[in-house]
Each structure stands twice: as C-alpha cells, then as structure tokens.
Design a protein around this ligand. Structure first.
Ligand SMILES: Cc1ncc(COP(=O)(O)O)c(C=O)c1O
Length: 372
C-alpha cells in the first residue's frame, strides 16, 4: 500500500494544453501566463496579479517594490518555511522573528506589538497551510503603526477572511505554485496587489526592468530588474486547475471535514484553530498529537506518507547564528507546533477508503501498536 501525502491534480486537457504550448514553439512567458494572471486576479477578486518563477522570488520582489532594505526591520513568524526569512535577508533588511499562537500556527499579534521598533517597516505574516490571517487585526496594526503588510500566502490560495479571498487585504500578497500547493505549475508564484504603481513595478522587475511604456530599443530599460518570468509551458498547467478551482476547493474542504468527523472522538488528537470569519483552504490537513515522531515513522513504515508541519526558524543556524537577524521573545508556541503538528495525506482525487485507511492506521499508531 502506498498513500502519498499529495498528488497534484491535473484536470482533463492539462496534458493537451502543455503539448499545444510545446508545439507552438513559444516556450517563454507569453499569452498563457497573461491568461493565468488575469484568471487568478478574477478568482481572487483583486485588481492585479503578476506571475513569477517562485513564491520565494515573489516575496523578495515584494520587499524590493516597497523599498525595504538595509536598516529596515521586517517582522516574520518563527513557524514557517525558511523562504519567508531568506527573502528578508536577501534584500539586506533585518528579519525580526516572533512567536506564533500554537493552535492556529499563525503569527501572534501580541508578539508583533512587542517587537515593533522605530526601524520596523513591515510585517510579513504567513497564512499557515491555508489558515487565513485575522485581517481586521492587521488593518488595526497598519492604522496604529503605519506598517506595510506583505502576506506570505504561499499555501493560502482560495482561503477567505470575512467573505474576501486572501490576496486583496495585504499591501502585497504572494502565493506559491509549488507542487504541494493547491494550484500547481511545477514551480512558480503569483503576486497580488490593489496598487497599480506597485503592479507595474513588479511587472517590469520580473522582465529585466523593462519599461511598460517604452517602445524604442534605445530607452527600453528604466528600473532595476531580474529574470523572474513564468514560462507559458508552466502557466498552462496552473491555468487548467484554475478553471476548476471552485470544485477543487470544495473537494478539499469536504475531505478535511470528513477527516475531522472521523477523528473527532479520538483521544489525543487536536485540530488547528481557524479565526472567526475565516475559511481555511486546506492546502494541508494538520492535526496535533503527542509522540508525533514515533507515530510519523510508524505510518510511513506502513506506506502512508505523513509529514511534519513546517519549520521553527529559530532552530536553524542561518537565523539563530546570524548578526543580521533578531529573534524576539520566547518561541514556545512555534516549538509546540513544530513538535506536535502532523500533516495527513490530502489530495483532490483521494477516495473515502484511502482516508479510512489513513485514519485506521493513525488510531492504531496512537495506541502505540504497529499498524495492521
Ligand atoms: C510559507 C511559505 N513561504 C514560501 C514558500 C516558498 O515557495 P516557493 O517554493 O514557490 O518558492 C513556501 C513553500 O513551501 C512556504 O510554505
């Protein structure tokens, strides 16, 4: 038996779409990427969407776009994928790492408040695994302290807060198209914003700093830039999923609810908290248990691919042993999430009987026995 953690969903027509792009001879960024950008903006109900070659690149671009650099501090959560902190380091700013609330795994608003200094320019919270942030709290924070908000929504495509899809609330939001994410293009990222000047800057930056208005070859490049474009051959993969994104989201949410129902009475299993008014997009289905590592090893040994949640940055030397990083306060919440979170298999085409096998195996591993 082998139940994978994820299996990217490739709706009918995906392979034909890729073949068409390959046969067109036009493999660089072009009409398919433009279609993906327009379609994602429509789906997320946000003014602008700029596709790039990864979420990590997109986070770095967002910081550069908002002119964040040396001397500036950016507050980030401890419990996240390293890319969140690496992007801040890449632009020469100081990541200020603070704790999360353990049961939501999202950044602790009180910890942000305690870490603000005159050098704080932005906060870069993460909507962890698709669990939406409390954007009312961020709006209040912006108002009180004048901070910029860049949301690392790598995992949160389709999540909602108060009826609005994630992507329109922060100054700039960045999603990932990595294969573990809801929308997948093998690799890639989507940056969204409501600000036309920033959107234009981001569009130019990803294409070597090419000016949008320029028509003459002798005056084409007018700002700093990089090669961060998303090729059409990748965009067309995400595009085919985007066309059925509502159905994909509904299926994920249905599978997550079924897991919750099956595990509701199992002693020692806890579920993450979701903010009131939030819709979790269930990029990952996480539970909290004791003896997580033992259970994880047993389940893997029996052919069910389970995984930890994510990382606690303060444990890694690139952050803990770095004069350019500030670790602020205790990381009790992050450490707890790091030790207790277990991610169970979840994918669009998962069947009820596969879910039953996962749950049965989890129950026997929790009791300390070997899975049948
Ligand atoms: C929170 C978070 N930020 C950033 C990234 C990086 O995304 P990408 O692989 O698209 O660069 C990830 C990837 O897993 C992530 O989970």
């Amino acid at each position: 038996m082998n139940i994978p953690l994820i299996r990217p969903y490739l709706p009918e027509g995906t392979v034909e779409g890729v073949t068409e792009v390959l046969q067109s001879g036009f493999l660089v960024e072009g009409p398919k990427t433009a279609e993906l950008e327009a379609g994602a903006a429509r789906f997320l109900r946000v003014a602008y969407c700029v596709a790039v070659d990864s979420c990590t690149t997109g986070l770095e671009m967002a910081l550069r776009c908002l002119e964040i650099g040396p001397g500036d501090e950016v507050i980030i959560p401890d419990y996240t994928f390293p890319a969140t902190g690496l992007a801040v380091l890449a632009v020469g700013a100081t990541p200020v790492i603070v704790d999360v609330t353990p049961k939501s795994m999202n950044i602790d608003m009180a910890a942000i408040g305690a870490a603000i200094t005159p050098a704080t320019k932005a906060v870069m919270p993460v909507s962890t695994f698709g669990n939406p942030l409390d954007h009312d709290a961020f709006a209040a924070l912006k108002k009180e302290h004048g901070l910029l908000v860049i949301e690392d929504a790598a995992c949160a495509f389709g999540a909602e807060f108060n009826g609005e899809r994630i992507g329109s609330q922060a100054d700039i939001t960045v999603f990932s198209l990595h294969p573990r994410k809801f929308l997948t293009a093998a690799r890639g990222g989507l940056i969204t914003t409501q600000n036309d000047v920033w959107a234009q800057w981001l569009r130019s930056y990803k294409c070597f700093g090419k000016g949008s208005q320029a028509t003459r070859a002798d005056t084409l490049f007018d700002q700093m830039g990089a090669n961060a474009m998303l090729p059409d051959v990748l965009s067309v993969i995400a595009l085919s999923q985007l066309q059925v994104a509502d159905e994909m989201l509904a299926r994920r949410i249905e599978l997550a609810r079924r897991y919750e129902a099956l595990l509701a009475d199992v002693p020692g299993v806890e579920f993450p908290d979701v903010v009131s008014g939030g819709v979790h997009s269930r990029q990952s289905f996480c539970i909290f248990i004791d003896n997580r590592d033992r259970v994880m090893e047993s389940m893997r040994g029996a052919g069910v691919e389970v995984q930890i949640g994510t990382y606690a940055l303060h444990l890694h030397s690139i952050f803990s042993n770095n004069g350019s990083v500030r670790i602020e306060g205790s990381m009790i919440g992050s450490r707890w999430a790091f030790d207790h979170c277990l991610t169970l298999p979840l994918y669009h085409e998962m069947t009820g009987s596969e879910q039953d096998i996962v749950v049965g195996m989890l129950k026997s591993c929790l009791k300390g026995g070997r899975p049948e």
